[in-house]
Design a protein around this ligand. Structure first.
Ligand SMILES: CC(C)(COP(=O)(O)OP(=O)(O)OC[C@H]1O[C@@H](n2cnc3c(N)ncnc32)[C@H](O)[C@@H]1OP(=O)(O)O)[C@@H](O)C(=O)NCCC(=O)NCCS
Length: 134
């Protein structure tokens, strides 16, 4: 999947989508982790022994078919190969599909960051911090 394809997919599912240049820049970072299938991708970044999951998305026409679960599995393998022992992420408190995905794949909730996200409509949203030991 190219950065342009990632941006196109992301625009379909995110309130604050990354553009092609943002994906290119993140992929070019040292420690970038990237897993993809034709209809889904995950992108993250390694710092020392931790890997942060920055984005994960499945095309709306292919959701609830196990793509994100498979991509997270790949992401975890890449992180383990990079000698990471822990995965981290932040997710909006109102994003129940994503929170269900993480909870059902072994992630634990570590806390909440109040008013962390600024939404398109100007409102703020809390972030849930989650992690998984690998
Ligand atoms: C969250 C997202 C990546 C899930 O992708 P997906 O490919 O549909 O997920 P999967 O089919 O692999 O689902 C795996 C499990 O996650 C949970 N899940 C996924 N979507 C769900 C939903 N809409 N409602 C409830 N549970 C859900 C279920 O437990 C599911 O297992 P099941 O289908 O056997 O019940 C997708 O909804 C998406 O792209 N959302 C927009 C982007 C986003 O919010 N990313 C996360 C940012 S932190």
């Amino acid at each position: 999947m190219t950065p342009q394809e990632m941006a196109t997919l992301h625009a379909k599912v995110s309130d604050t989508p990354w553009n092609t240049r943002s994906f290119e820049a993140q992929l070019a970072q040292r420690g970038a982790l990237f897993a993809a299938q034709p209809h889904a991708f995950a992108l993250g970044s390694v710092t020392l022994d931790e890997a942060e999951l920055l984005q994960i998305a499945t095309d709306p026409t292919h959701q609830r078919m196990g793509h994100a679960r498979a991509i997270l599995d790949q992401f975890e393998t890449l992180a383990r190969n990079a000698k990471c022992t822990r995965l981290l992420l932040e997710v909006a408190l109102h994003n129940s599909p994503a929170i269900a995905l993480y909870t059902n794949t072994g992630w634990l909730r570590d806390g909440v960051r109040a008013n962390y996200y600024r939404l398109k409509n100007g409102q703020r949203a809390d972030a849930v911090l989650m992690s998984k030991s690998i």
